[in-house]
Design a binder for this molecule. Structure first.
Ligand code: ATP
Ligand code: MG
Ligand code: MG
Ligand code: MG
Length: 566
């Protein structure tokens, strides 16, 4: 029978309550006392000190549905969003935790029962695979987990073994750590990287989806790297609600579940996009009341889907998009922005606020790609509230405030585009002036290509195809170039999106130095990564330079410390 996202969330929590777990509310997306963490990115975050034995609670078993954001820091899925079917910037992680109480045997038995029992989730066993730690770096193979899965009736050929990268977890360089086991679901050959081609588990990342990670905290790593057995081993697990929903609703993509379709609909409505009945996927009648109803305008999604590059943009790993990326990105980013602001983050030029700003602007940018230049993200906030307020009642209180923040950011971004584009124009003018008399036919032959540039919003997957072509002026003088490093400076300083600048260069008839831009960005990212490790503060990147700039003092009492106003 049909299982809604809310039903699955509730089923998970209820299951663990019947096993003696305390239901604990999600903690804030802003980690309470952990400056090394950008955003809460796993269910265990709020229990870190409990696992470390620094804090005691009046329960030894807990279950949560935790708000998570993975858009920066160690886990960064921002650039995956829109390009994979299973990554979001904001998602809900369902988990069960044992603080020195039960261990591996019960954790595995519980997970298997919840996932497969017809009384609970009832996922067919023949679609499931599990992984265990194969042993590496002097840590032995997880024999015990293997036997326990076998004991649950999982056939040997469905148990795969991987190394530390996938199946060993540690909180930091020292402290609690241990092997983990993951449960995967086979989405079938249609979901495969090469649809219809039968590839085994482990060889097709698109077809087999990781739904649940069980971490067995059994060691304590000391500063010299040695592992000691923890006297009271613990359990930490995480299952993605959106992924469970796709499995139980028979969808290959999280974005086709009821957790997303209303938001995608709303995004379509607000951007005036008509969603077509393409490829047996979900969605919708033509958006009512959208502009240009009845006429196949530039906003018609089916045209975008079949004609322009919009659907053909490749992710960094080379995966092809399915469905409409912009709508998915708007839906995803609206959730992230809503929950982040609700938890006290405000758009800023540094730290958490900068990541939020990036998320919001990327959403706005994708609205513009769909032809919507008026504020619309603020309305998305109410849609997110309507979907999520039962599970997260805090949204009831905050939605109005959140929508105001979002709308202010939308208006400000419109101004950024004004100021930034003035700088950009100046740069372009001086570039053009430097070459004086050149007067060739700067539109060359190929003007009007440049389709796929659409998705590169500067946040990492510049779809920089199609620029430049055809702008060779043919007049024989030097080529005029908008230098990548200077463009990157505008990108960093004013937040001008990459493709916006590429467009402007194209319009002015000068080349855009994408290579130089990418180089500058890669250097910046390397600096950010290097300094983020361990929460160091010396980063050159505005993203990570300093963390808590936004101070949450209760609803209605937000202030931003030292935030620059553009
Ligand atoms: P993946 O390998 O798919 O990126 P992960 O191994 O990084 O996932 P974990 O850190 O093990 O994920 O988190 C536990 C669970 O949370 C995963 O099994 C998955 O169901 C879910 N999850 C992780 N990242 C995301 C995301 N970006 N969006 C949605 N769900 C996620
Ligand atoms: Mg991941
Ligand atoms: Mg994984
Ligand atoms: Mg995992």
């Amino acid at each position: 029978q049909y299982r809604s996202g809310s039903d699955i969330r509730e089923t998970f929590l209820r299951f663990f309550e019947t096993k003696g777990h305390r239901r604990v509310h999600s903690s804030s997306l802003v980690p309470a006392n952990d400056p090394t963490l950008l955003f809460t990115n796993a269910g265990m975050n709020q229990f870190k000190d409990v696992f470390l034995g620094l804090e005691h609670r009046d329960y030894a078993r807990a279950t949560t549905s935790q708000k998570c954001v993975r858009a920066g820091g160690k886990h960064n899925d921002l650039e995956n969003v829109g390009f994979t079917r299973r990554h979001h910037t904001f998602f809900e992680m369902l988990g069960n935790f044992s603080f020195g109480d039960y261990f591996k045997a019960d954790a595995i038995a519980y997970a298997w029962e919840l996932v497969t029992s017809l009384d609970w989730l009832g996922i067919p066993k023949e679609k499931l695979y599990v992984t265990i730690f194969k042993g590496e770096n002097g840590v032995p193979r997880d024999e015990e987990a293997y036997e326990l899965w076998r004991g649950q009736g999982v056939p040997a050929e469905r148990i795969f073994e991987f190394g530390a990268k996938d199946n060993f977890w540690q909180m930091g360089d020292t402290g609690p750590c241990g092997p983990c086991s993951e449960i995967f679901y086979d989405m079938g050959m249609d979901a495969a990287e090469t649809p219809g081609v039968d590839k085994p588990f482990g060889q097709d990342d698109a077809r087999y989806v990781e739904i649940w990670n069980l971490v067995f905290m059994q060691f304590d790593r000391s500063a010299n790297g040695e592992l000691a057995l923890l006297p009271k081993p613990s359990i930490d697990t995480g299952a993605g609600l959106e992924r469970l929903a796709s499995v139980l609703q028979g969808k290959v993509s999280n974005f086709e579940t009821d957790l997303f379709t209303p938001l995608i609909q709303k995004a379509a409505e607000l951007t005036g996009v008509r969603v077509s009945q393409s490829a047996s996927q979900q969605v919708s009648e033509p958006a009512k009341g959208s502009q240009g109803e009845g006429d196949v305008s530039g906003n018609d999604l089916s045209r975008a889907a079949h004609g322009a590059k919009q659907e053909g943009v490749l992710a960094p790993e080379g995966k092809e998009l399915t469905g409409n990326a912009s709508l998915r990105i708007i839906a995803d980013h609206a959730r992230a922005a809503t929950f982040l602001i609700s938890d006290g983050v405000l758009p800023a030029n540094e730290g958490r606020g900068y990541v939020l700003r990036k998320i919001l602007r990327r959403g706005i940018r994708h609205g513009r790609l769909l032809g919507q230049e008026q504020p619309f993200m603020g309305q998305m906030v109410y849609a997110v509230r309507d979907e999520m307020q039962v599970a997260y009642p805090e949204l009831k209180e905050s939605a109005e405030r959140v929508a105001k923040v979002v709308e202010a950011e939308e208006r400000q971004f419109a101004r950024v585009l004004e100021v930034g584009s003035a700088q950009l124009d100046q740069l372009i003018r001086s570039e053009a002036a430097g070459n004086g008399s050149d007067s060739g036919d700067r539109w060359g032959s190929g003007a009007g290509t440049g389709d796929g540039a659409g998705f590169g919003d500067g946040s990492g997957f510049g779809g920089g195809s199609g620029s430049g072509a055809g702008f060779g002026d043919g007049s024989g003088s030097e080529r005029r170039v908008l230098h990548g490093r200077e463009a990157f400076h505008l990108y960093e300083t004013y937040g001008l999106p990459l493709d916006f600048m590429m467009d402007a260069a194209r319009d002015a008839g000068i080349d855009f130095d994408l290579t130089g831009f990418e180089e500058a960005r890669a250097e910046e990212q390397a600096r950010a990564r290097a300094s983020w490790k361990g929460g160091a503060k010396q980063s050159a990147s505005p993203v990570y330079r300093e963390l808590p700039k936004t101070i949450f003092e209760g609803y209605g009492k937000l202030r931003v410390e030292g935030a620059e106003v553009l």
